[in-house]
Design a protein around this ligand. Structure first.
Ligand code: SAH
Length: 395
């Protein structure tokens, strides 16, 4: 049986931190991979022995200063004696495999630079506390919902995917500031769809995701909010599936719920509202391609949340009133929610169109109709916004 199959994990690694201070650690190999591992081990206070006929100058300097001990020859059985931990980083898979097998026999945990997936231990990734190392080089696409804009509102899984990405395809909405934290070699592709402005055709985005993944890349498609709420995420998933490219979906905090939420507006409230509906306003009522039954929504008692509906707001408000919603129904418009420019404008359904002009409201904005809006206005100040003063909504 090959030793590799012994370690090939069928379950995720269990994350722990090793306290290596004063403990013997053996690093086999003298290249930059070995150096990278060694500096971390020295930071942890480990007593490092490097075994390698030659070493890169940085390792030589550490040996010269007495920070580590260098055994200037090839690896030999017995080299792991007394070690608590081992690193196999020789750039020679056959040697790494021998080291890993010896380590396994001696019950010494070992990382393998040539094949992290076949190691008994894998190093933690800097940006993803409990991230797992990727195995193999087969490319794939991760559809990540980034939340409405505040970088703190992406999920842990989303952050992990970003920290492992080779290519990140971004939109103009969502947590842009996270891009600053990407590794320098990560390719960023701008696939923004500006409202009635420049945009990359969806077919081109789909083709791009597929071609990068086929080239073996880990591709993150970073979207605002949730990928499947008016995000065309399913089109991208289907394009990948048709091309036999694996896809992972990482849900996100949708602006439909999260943006009213940070402005102190709950979409439901016990004893007041037992339903909410999220509608796209990108087509006005009566448009031949509209799939929305505005008369049903007008008759609804509960909360109506409208996305992509700044320009169409007057027509939508008129339709809702025509079909039964009260003209004085309270409305809140939350603009650029969870960003430094967040503001909330309050009005009524009848006055919505005029208010948007008076207040010069531009997208992105979410508007909300319903009793829950009144509730928020009465609860002053909005409780536990969670974003600090920078994001406190303004009246
Ligand atoms: N998938 C996204 C929605 C994409 S449609 C999500 O789940 O949030 C784009 C619309 O989302 C915008 O027109 C606007 O109505 C809303 N939106 C997205 N981010 C927003 C933000 N930070 N503040 C207010 N509205 C936002």
């Amino acid at each position: 049986m090959s030793t590799a199959s012994l370690f090939r994990p069928s379950a995720p690694p269990h994350p722990v931190g090793l306290r290596l201070h004063g403990r013997r650690v053996v690093v086999v190999g003298g290249g930059t991979g070995s150096y990278r591992a060694t500096v971390g081990l020295l930071d942890a206070g480990a007593l490092v022995t490097v075994v390698s006929p030659d070493v890169v100058p940085a390792l030589e300097a550490l040996a010269g200063s007495g920070s580590l001990s260098w055994t200037p020859r090839r690896y030999a059985p017995g080299d792991l004696d007394g070690a608590w931990f081992a690193v196999a980083a020789t750039a020679d898979a056959a040697v790494d495999e021998v080291v890993a097998a010896d380590a396994e026999r001696a019950r010494v945990f070992c990382t393998r630079a040539d094949d992290p997936g076949a190691s008994s231990a894998c190093p933690a990734l800097p940006d993803a506390e409990d991230g797992l190392l990727r195995e193999g080089a087969r490319g794939r696409v991760v559809l990540v919902g980034g939340g409405p804009g505040d970088p703190g509102l992406i999920t842990v899984r989303g952050r992990q995917a970003l920290s492992q990405a080779d290519v990140v395809v971004v939109d103009h909405l969502g947590p842009r500031s996270l891009l600053a934290g990407l590794r320098g070699d990560v390719e960023i592709v701008d696939a923004s769809k500006l409202p009635r402005g420049r945009s990359m055709p969806q077919e081109q985005i789909n083709a791009l995701l597929v071609s990068h993944a086929r080239a073996g890349k880990e591709v993150v498609r970073l979207k605002g909010g949730d990928p499947f709420v008016f995000g065309r995420g399913m089109e991208e998933l289907l394009a990948c599936a048709a091309a036999d490219v694996p896809v992972e979906v990482v849900p996100g905090v949708t602006s439909a719920i999260g943006v009213p939420g940070v402005a102190g507006i709950p979409v439901t409230h016990r004893g007041l509202t037992h339903e909410f509906v999220v509608v796209s306003g990108h087509l006005p009522p009566g448009h031949p391609q509209s799939l929305v039954d505005w008369s049903a929504i007008g008759r609804l008692r509960g909360t109506v949340v409208v996305l992509m509906g700044v320009e169409t707001a007057p027509a939508i408000a008129a339709a809702l009133i025509r079909h039964g919603r009260r003209p004085d129904a309270p409305v809140a418009v939350v603009v650029e929610g969870t960003t430094g420019s967040e503001r909330t404008v309050r009005t009524t359904l009848a006055d919505l169109g005029a208010t948007l002009i008076e207040e010069s409201v531009r997208p992105p904005a979410v508007w909300v109709v319903g009793d829950v809006v009144q509730l928020a206005a009465e609860a002053a100040p909005p409780p536990s916004l969670g974003f600090g003063p920078r994001h406190a909504p303004q009246e």
